[in-house]
Ligand binder design. Sequence first.
Ligand code: FES
Ligand code: FES
Length: 188
Amino acid sequence: MGISSTPSAPAHTIDLRVNGRDCQVAAAPQTALLHVLRNDLMLNGPKYGCGLGECGACTVLIDGVAARSCVIPVRAAQGREVTTLEGLGDRACPGPTQQAFIECQAAQCGYCLNGMIMTVEALLRREPDPTDAQMRNELHHNLCRCGTHIEILQAAHRAVELHACARTSRSADLPDLDAPRAAGEAKA
Ligand code: FES
Ligand code: FES
C-alpha cells in the first residue's frame, strides 16, 4: 500500500519541532503529518497502515501524547513537540521501550511495532507503573496482523522495568544539592 501524494493545495512554510529539533517544511497545511514526517523529514519510523486513524501504525507523540499522524494535518503540529520512534533512541542506544521490544523479540513482520512502541511510551510517560489492564486497554486499538500480542504485552511489562532502571540511574547521576549546605553546617 503506497502513501497518497501530498495534496495539490499551495504549499506554506510550516515550522515544526520534531525530536527536539526545529525544522521548516513546505507543505499544504492540511497535509497529513505522517506524510511530512516520512517524505520531507525522512523519518520512516511511523508507518502508513490504514490512513484512517484506526490501526495505530503511524503513531507519534505530540506533546508526549500518542497521536495518529495519518489523520492529523501538519498545521495542527505547529508549536507542539513532535516525537517519532527515532526520537526515543537509535540502534546503538535504544530507549527503554525500544530495548524492551528488542529483548522480548516482540515482532513478526514488525509493521505494527512503531505504533506499539509509541503507545507504550506514551502510557509510561503518563503512568510509570500501569496495571496489566491499563496496558491492554492502551494497546487495544493498535492492530497487529501477525498476532504477536502476547510478546507485545510482555515487552510492555519489560518496558516498565527498564524505565524504572533508567529513572534510578538518572537520579543517581544528579548532584546532591544539599551536600554543600550539609558540609557547611558540619563545619559550623
Ligand atoms: S495509518 Fe494511521 S492509524 Fe492506521
Ligand atoms: S508484527 Fe506484523 S503486524 Fe504486528
